[in-house]
Design a protein around this ligand. Sequence first.
Ligand code: F3S
Length: 281
Amino acid sequence: MEIILAKSAGFCFGVDRALKKVYDGLGNEPIYTYGPIIHNTQVVEELASKGVKVIHDLSELGHLPHGKVVIRSHGISKNEQDLISSSGFGMIEATCPYVKTIHKCVEKASKKGHHIIIVGNKNHPEVTGIKGWCQQPVYIIEDITQIDEIPFDSNIVYEVVAQTTFNLGLYQEILIRLQKLNFHVIINETICKATQERQKEALEIAKNVDVMLVIGSKHSSNTIKLYEICKEQCEHTYHIESIEEFELKVLNGHSVIGITAGASTPKKLIKEVISNVRNAE
Ligand code: F3S
């Protein structure tokens, strides 16, 4: 059996950096992460064993001992940032610099009076964070049909940004459609290069394998997108969180197995999958 592992599988720069900041911050003061630092239970549990607590609402700070709040790589809204600053708690800013660039972009565009189109999942924390830096009307869309919900007005300039992990091909289709409909758009290339490379590599691998395994949390949007991209190319594509949930017998009769993983998947999980797949031969 041949295994083709994507070079880009596993932690991206932003996730790696955020995790490092949490470990560097460990000391005498309590550390709170605003939401789980990454979509991986094992890592979150390991941090919990070192005293790092996950909070889900900033109102919790009112009854917690003073410490530092970690802003994870997804980033947060301006309101939330102001709330933390005024709470008396310290802040460990681990927003991915690529996400921070989008915050600055929409903030600047708002000052010019431009309306904002965010192409991404409206419930994703990165997108709600970006929305929170806009001071003009915002439209959040994730497919071509939702363009109909954006009011057309030739006097309005729309500044378009994409969630960093959005599917590049679909973003391009949406941009072409907006231009065809004569929307006055300013396009910003905000899809993270790491995501683009990961998606491109996954697509190429999926085209040439019998079975494709995509490792990562079921809550991780970049992993879900990888799965969707691979599934289009390879019928036998499986999204698994770890090897425990995968029936190795599925591999019977197949000779080329592709493996990729989302940006918050630890190397350890990827290695476990590889060694189990190898042993299944
Ligand atoms: Fe940042 Fe890209 Fe990762 S935006 S968090 S490096 S997927």
